[in-house]
Design a protein around this ligand. Sequence first.
Ligand SMILES: Cc1cc(=S)c(O)co1
Ligand SMILES: [Zn+2]
Length: 263
Amino acid sequence: TACSSKYVLSQMHPMWQGPLAVPGGDRQSPIDIVVRKSVFDSKLKPLETEYDPQTCQQIWNNGYSFLVEYDDTTDKSTLKGGPLQDRFRLCQFHFHWGESNSWGSEHTVDRRLFPAELHLVHWNSDKYRLFEEAVMEDNGLAVIGVFLKVGKRHEGLQKLVDALPAIRHKGSVVEFTRFDPGCLLPTNTDDYWTYHGSLTTPPLNESVTWIVMKQHIEVSHDQLAVFRSLLFTSAEEEVQKSMVNNFRVQQPLRGRTVRSSFT
Ligand SMILES: Cc1cc(=S)c(O)co1
Ligand SMILES: [Zn+2]
C-alpha cells in the first residue's frame, strides 16, 4: 500500500507530502539555507525576466495549492540569466503556506520560517519542447522562490486573491487573464541563493535549479487568510479540509553547495 514501510506519510495531511524519502534522492528540496555556508559566486548574473501578462490563462485548485497557468507554447514569458545557461519558459506559479503566520514557507534562511513562499515555475525551452519532457531532466526546470511576510497589503496580489473564492474546491478552475507575475517579484532581484534541487510535491523530480530571492515581498494578513479559505478537498467529499500547511518538510543537503549572487 502507499503506506508501506518505504514511505513515511506526513501526519499533517495524509498523502499530501507524498513520500518523505525519495529512493536515492540526493538533491531534494526544500532545504535550510545556511547563509554563512553559502558560497559567493561572482559569475552569477542578474536575473532577466520578461513576462507578458497576455500569456496568463487560468487559475485552478489542484488539491495541493492553487496554480496560475500561463501559455507556454511560445517564448513570450521567459527567464534567463542568473545561474542559467539557457532560456526558460514560465508555465505556472503557485504558493505554499501555513495555517498560521508563524510558518508556511518551504525553504528557510538560517532556520527562519516565513508564513508563505511563492514559486514561479519555468522549463528549459532551449533544450526541450514540453514541460513534461523538461521535468525529467537535470537541467529541465528553474523555479524562482520568493518569501512572503505579513505586513502591508500587496496591491498586485489582490486581483488573484479576489479570484480564489471561485476555486475553493479541488478541481475547480476559472479563467484568469492579464496578470503580470513580475509584480510579485521583490524590487531587488539581483540578490539570490541558488542550488540544485527538486520539485517539492510528488513526483519530486530532481530537475530544478532553485533561485531563492534574498528580499521578501509583503502581503496583508487578510490576503493570506483568503489563501487559507481554500480547500484540499473536492465539492463531493463529505469532510472538507482547509488548504493549509501545504509545504514539504526540509530535506538533507547531501553535500550540495548553495551559491549566493551577493556578498
Ligand atoms: C512543477 C511544480 C513545482 C513545485 S515547486 C511544486 O510545488 C509543484 O509543482
Ligand atoms: Zn512549489
